[in-house]
Design a binder for this molecule. Sequence first.
Ligand code: UDX
Ligand code: UDX
Ligand code: ADP
Length: 484
Amino acid sequence: MAPPSLKICCIGAGYVGGPTMAMIALKCPDVEVNVVDISKARIAAWNSDNLPIYEPGLSEVVEACRGRNLFFSTDVERLVADCDVVFVSVNTPTKTTGLGAGKAADLTYWESAARMIATVSKSDKIVVEKSTVPVKTAEAIEKVLSHNAKGIKFQILSNPEFLAEGTAIQDLAFPDRVLIGGRDTEGGQKAVNTLKSVYARWVPEDKIITTGLWSAELSKLAANAILAQRISSVNAISALCESTGADVSEVAFAIGKDTRIGPKFLQSSVGFGGSCFQKDILNLVYICECNGLSEVAHYWKQVVAINDYQKSRFAKRVISSMFNTVAGKKIAILGFAFKKDTGDTRETPAIDVCHGLLGDRAVLTIFDPQVPEEQIRRDLSMNKFEWDHPHQLHSHGGSVTSKIEYATDVYEACKGAHGICILTEWEMFRNLDYQRIYDNMQKPAFLFDGRNIVKVADMRKMGFIVYSIGKPLDPWVKDLQINI
Ligand code: UDX
Ligand code: UDX
Ligand code: ADP
């Protein structure tokens, strides 16, 4: 067999590194792709039939290439030393302590990966930043590499990933664009072209954008901030709809028809979650503050503030509708993942809503088709921002999780409940036998739809008292509300 035309090694076998490298391996059979991670368990899972992340279509892609030109390994140093291109796709959580705590990105993992690259490299390499990192990280990393380089040349590129979870394979196969940022030097441009030639195997040339290093880094933060801002904007309007009797779905549809606005990402919800939006906005805010741009920082902070408001508003609606107390009442939580088609719960709005209800001493029964019980218990006992710091977990202890139950059957979850909260838009929740659910609930039976997926009029006809985000309020709910 001919030797590979290029050897790629990706540090970090997570949600970004794993699927991205699998797609490169699929589309470039002549390129050898190694994905390495310090986590033995993660690598073992990538090498098994039970992949560490749930993503539609992923297992087919992995099966087609694994052992051919796609390899998963913990032999980090050897494989980094041996490759031409290193992708760095490690976690960049929000700092929990020290300078910039709660806002700045924690670059511990990135820096240690960079130092390791510098230590083990014996030939020139292209180092590609794939994790979302603050603007000018590339420059800092370049310094780490060049000060430890022993005569070896490193070219740094920024190649942010725009895939969304649940649609990762589709997004990777047919990206809106691929963005490659590099230095405006001969070496920098040569490196840009090398990476471009990898993507050009399946992405049309006009969708591969090349920019300066910093523009590429900032584009990723700005894209996520603007996407999140759309959701906070429509969620802000949803609160006004509830107060005035307008319907947020009708408003969003009408707005989206304006081609300057467009119809996507206007779905009002209980709030956005996921590992990126909040983290990237906080990062942007921190960078603005560090650059003395307090007005700009304040502007972006509001996107997160409205998201927090939306989550707490939802929990308050539940409590106030149920006679201002949920103490001792069983409430079924349908959906815990931050969106459908993923088992990921990072920053899921369900965590905040559950905390809000548990704070009022509700008894929760949680059902999610993809999230295991252990993960839910861990999420509900963790402090904010701890989820992405695997080595420093401090649990609250068992007090909170003792008031939650876990159901493996959605109808069991709802049996005997006073209320139901739909927190993830799983397709299966659209087509449940709601009559059966209603018949087995305490009366009055409450249905709180945080994703606008049920047909409100049908549910009301059945007898439910319904609250659906941004929809005209049920008279019952309206009468019992204090200012929300
Ligand atoms: C606007 C709305 O576009 C229109 O739908 C509504 O009916 C009335 O208000 P108008 O104010 O006439 O229309 O002009 P528009 O093209 O929207 O521009 C408004 C302002 O935004 C201008 O000062 C324009 O220079 C500025 N603008 C617009 C930008 O600064 N950047 C842009 O990308 C677009
Ligand atoms: C996001 C970006 O979309 C992606 O480009 C980037 O690479 C990573 O961050 P992801 O977090 O995986 O992707 O999912 P996304 O589909 O963007 O949803 C984020 C959150 O917003 C979810 O909680 C989702 O439910 C919520 N959302 C999305 C809404 O509430 N309304 C919408 O209209 C769209
Ligand atoms: P993302 O969502 O950005 O892909 P994940 O947290 O899913 O992030 O994945 C990041 C991965 O990077 C984790 O599996 C973690 O073990 C791995 N990792 C972090 N630091 C290093 C390192 N220095 N060397 C190898 N792997 C690392």
